[in-house]
Design a protein around this ligand. Sequence first.
Ligand code: FE2
Length: 166
Amino acid sequence: MIEWDEKYSLGIPIIDEDHKRLIGIINKAILSKEHNDDIEELMEVLSEMKKYVQTHFAREELYMVKFNYVEYQYHKEQHLDFVTKISAYENGIINADYHIASEILNYLSKWLINHVLETDKKYVDCFKKNGIMKETVNQEETEQGEGEERRSKLDRRSGIDPRKDH
Ligand SMILES: [Fe+2]
């Protein structure tokens, strides 16, 4: 499990909320693996991760363009690599290679933390200077019309609500 720590905070609530939620999803995957090695459940969490990560990356990239961020191209490539990697894992699991589950969780956790601490951190000054603190989240866009039923089933089991701070 990854514990949210203030050291992961970029001091930009609109972005920190996304990062907390992504950590919540990874924790859900870790718990689902620990509990019962349920392959279907891991697939569900991976697909939730991919959906949410794309929403989040799109949000960051939108601001990068809006604020003329110099490292936009490089940052965007990092995001794309991550989405590609999740898809590769999904395919690996479909091919019944369940042994990669631990590798997946390890990779997702490490990538996210490193990305936040190194790559995301670099845009903080630029974003703040350009008024990121005045931006607000569009809740509908965040939810992506996702099935509440599926999420609540998983969340009940893991005891985690990724929409709240943990
Ligand atoms: Fe990022």
